[in-house]
Ligand binder design. Structure first.
Ligand code: NDP
Length: 390
């Protein structure tokens, strides 16, 4: 039996992962399931899958979790350090599906144990790509992408030599506002931004899709994961979300990965890798689809893409700044303190402030510095919001 853990088990990717584990439950020995506020779901899944331990990220919910697990053999724990401790338990395969930079410490810990890390949490690579890739290498651990775009690229590269790769083309659905006039975006509401046309995902990534901050994070993730230069990475808007991404080779060939927009494909691919097994996803009928459309993204509409390109060129700890400032800007948009378009302004203000402050972005690349940078960027994002809103 394979020992598996799911970090962020109560979320959208986590629940899709559990759906696949449930379908073949005798093949898996579940070590740890983790969640945040959704104690009921965490306890229910931990009981059914007979997990060794369930962890909530919230210290003050430990009693609730214990009560929900009463009478079962599942151990309960709470808090950020408990998450990292759970990641240190011997496991073959770990799903990293916590949302935000909070996913970084447990992900790194799993790699240090030599586990295969299925990475949905793109923030891990955006904040600390160099550190994560080096940790995986030095502990002989494997990193498998779960973002559908990166899974697509990974699959298109099987058997290929990276030397032959000319470019990687990441597709973007365009999110909730792809057909809105630019002039209406300033007044876009949280509810409108939370409604993705193609994918059913958590609220934060759905809003990030509307602003293209999700695609911006994915550009950086592509650079870190596949070790390509920024000018080898392109973004193309593809409203149908059927082509998940493409790889262009030196000889002009382009390999595209296609499938229905269902995260269980990318999750199942990472779960079954290096094999391919049956997955409960809809089969494509291209004749029924009729047409697939593609067009270039408008950078005036999506400043997040320009900022991500600056971050890729700048390197150092700028990815950690970008992600943390984005996370806080998103918090403030969700709590209705700032408007939709102001999120990019806040992120740019924080990046500029770091750039203007000697050596902050070029500090040594270790976990402590990444976390300190993350903390400071959040503080400066809050200050920038206060300045904007008064
Ligand atoms: P969700 O918001 O649906 O779920 C997030 C999970 O993380 C939940 O289990 C949540 O617990 C937990 N969580 C929230 N805050 C913390 C914290 N501070 N510490 C520890 N755990 C926490 O997110 P998604 O599943 O949509 O996304 C997860 C990750 O996967 C993100 O990085 C996202 O970018 C990436 N991703 C998601 C895709 C999707 O289809 N949803 C596609 C590709 C990538 P609780 O809900 O109990 O509070």
């Amino acid at each position: 039996m394979r020992k598996v853990s799911v970090f962020g088990a109560t979320g959208s990717v986590g629940q899709n992962t559990i759906d696949l584990i449930d379908r073949d439950a005798t093949a898996y020995d579940v070590v740890a399931l983790t969640g945040g506020a959704n104690i009921e779901k965490l306890a229910e899944d931990a009981r059914r899958l007979n997990a060794d331990i369930a962890v909530t990220a919230h210290d003050d919910r430990l009693d609730d979790l214990r009560a929900a697990l009463a009478g079962s053999a599942v151990e309960a724990a709470a808090g950020q350090s408990a998450l990292t401790e759970a990641a240190a338990r011997p496991t073959d395969w770990v799903m990293s599906a916590i949302v935000g930079a909070a996913g970084l410490p447990p992900g790194l810990e799993a790699l240090k144990q030599g586990a295969t890390l299925a990475l949905a949490n793109k923030e891990t690579l955006v904040c600390a790509g160099k550190l994560v890739m080096e940790t995986a290498q030095s502990h002989d651990a494997r990193l498998l992408p779960v973002d559908s775009e990166h899974s697509a690229v990974f699959q298109a590269l099987v058997g290929e030599d990276m030397e032959a790769v000319e470019r990687i083309i990441i597709t973007a659905s365009g999110g909730a506002f792809r057909d809105w006039p630019l002039s209406d975006l300033a007044n876009a509401t949280v509810e409108q931004a939370s409604n993705h046309p193609n994918w059913n995902m958590g609220q934060r990534i759905t809003i990030d899709s509307a602003s293209m901050f999700n695609k911006a994070l994915e550009l950086i993730e592509t650079k870190e994961f596949f070790a390509v230069s920024p000018d080898q990475i392109e973004v193309i808007v593809h409203p149908e979300s059927i082509v998940h991404s493409l790889v262009g080779f030196k000889d002009g060939a382009v390999m595209a990965h296609m499938g229905a927009p269902d995260m269980r494909h990318a999750i199942g691919y990472a779960l079954n890798w290096p094999e391919r097994r049956d997955l409960p996803v809809e089969r494509l009928n291209l004749a029924k689809l009729g047409q697939l459309r593609f067009h270039e993204p408008d950078e005036a509409r999506y400043p997040a893409l320009r900022l991500a390109r600056n971050v890729m060129e700048r390197g150092g700890l700028s990815g950690a700044v970008f992600n943390a400032a984005k996370e806080r800007a998103l918090d403030h948009f969700i709590s209705r303190r700032i408007g939709f378009l102001e999120m990019a302004d806040i992120v740019e203000t924080v990046l500029d402030r770091f750039e203007a402050t000697d050596s902050l972005l070029d500090a040594q690349f270790d976990l402590d510095n990444v976390l300190q940078t993350d903390h400071l960027a959040r503080k400066w994002a809050d200050e920038a919001v206060t300045k904007t809103t008064g």
